[in-house]
Design a protein around this ligand. Structure first.
Ligand SMILES: [Zn+2]
Length: 75
């Protein structure tokens, strides 16, 4: 029930919990610890972000992930 979880998380957070600058329409429910980094797919590991904060976090994580993959010697 992805949509039920999404509604719960947005209701719990009451809006974007990102650092800003905020922007965009609507909200994105984001994994605090990404699934690829071992994060759980639970409400506790989710947060509400606006599109701008989500985009910034995704960009941060993309470079983080690239660094992790290089460091681990993974192909
Ligand atoms: Zn925001």
């Amino acid at each position: 029930m992805v949509s039920a979880s999404r509604k719960r998380v947005i209701a719990r957070d009451g809006g974007c919990v990102g650092p800003g600058p905020h922007g965009g329409e609507g909200f994105v429910v984001d994994h605090v610890v990404p699934l690829w980094a071992g994060g759980a797919d639970t409400d506790e590991n989710k947060q509400t972000l606006c599109p701008a904060c989500s985009k910034a976090k995704t960009a941060r994580e993309a470079s983080e992930r690239a660094r992790v993959r290089r460091g681990s010697g993974a192909r």
